[in-house]
Design a protein around this ligand. Structure first.
Ligand SMILES: Cc1cc2nc3c(=O)[nH]c(=O)nc-3n(C[C@H](O)[C@H](O)[C@H](O)COP(=O)(O)O)c2cc1C
Length: 169
């Protein structure tokens, strides 16, 4: 797909076919994720691929969002490298993992696979379900699978409202 076509047509998908996603496709999507830029090139990420149905259901419960358990795959995106900073005060790990996740969602869409950023979950429960060590942070989850249908586009603020020239206005 053309890059802008992928960006324009991507949607958050919340209904999936149970059809399996083959490993080479998952691998290509993860490849796109791990090629993302990161502050000082620290690459503070780890992606856990969950395909086991029981574990998927537990992750869905821990996020209170049952639909994610219906997808054949859930990706749990973790931050491994706390301590990196952008400037003096802004920690870089959530930003780095978010950029990698965006690569992942776009690469998935390019293969006709849907995702949905899940930011609302009980982190301690997710850690328990996936045996994630205490010092590691869970940044996001996403289901991954073939969309039942393409959701309608969600609105965006007009470009002229979010861009200004030279100074903030
Ligand atoms: C940081 C972040 C957290 C989000 N958390 C959730 C979530 O917990 N559950 C959910 O269904 N969607 C979640 N979303 C998806 C947004 O609702 C969605 O991206 C937004 O409405 C725009 O729709 P679109 O992705 O289809 O363009 C989240 C998105 C982001 C970027």
């Amino acid at each position: 797909m053309d890059f802008m076509e992928v960006v324009r047509n991507r949607r958050s998908v919340r209904k999936f076919w149970p059809e399996e996603v083959v490993w080479p496709d998952i691998e290509e999507i993860l490849d796109a994720a791990h090629l993302a830029p990161s502050a000082k090139n620290l690459q503070p990420w780890k992606f856990i691929i969950v395909r086991n149905e029981k574990r998927r259901r537990l992750l869905a419960q821990a996020s209170g969002q049952e639909f994610i358990g219906e997808a054949p795959v859930i990706v749990v995106a973790c931050a491994t490298g706390k301590g990196g900073f952008i400037g003096r005060y802004m920690e870089s790990w959530p930003i780095d993992v978010a950029i990698a996740m965006d690569h992942l969602t776009l690469a998935a869409w390019n293969k006709n696979l849907g995702t949905c950023w899940i930011g609302d979950f009980d982190e301690n429960k997710i850690k328990e379900i996936c045996s994630i060590p205490e010092e590691i942070r869970v940044v996001a989850l996403t289901p991954l699978g073939y969309p039942v249908k393409n959701p309608q586009p969600t609105p965006r603020r007009p470009l002229e409202k979010v861009v200004s020239q030279e100074t903030y206005s």
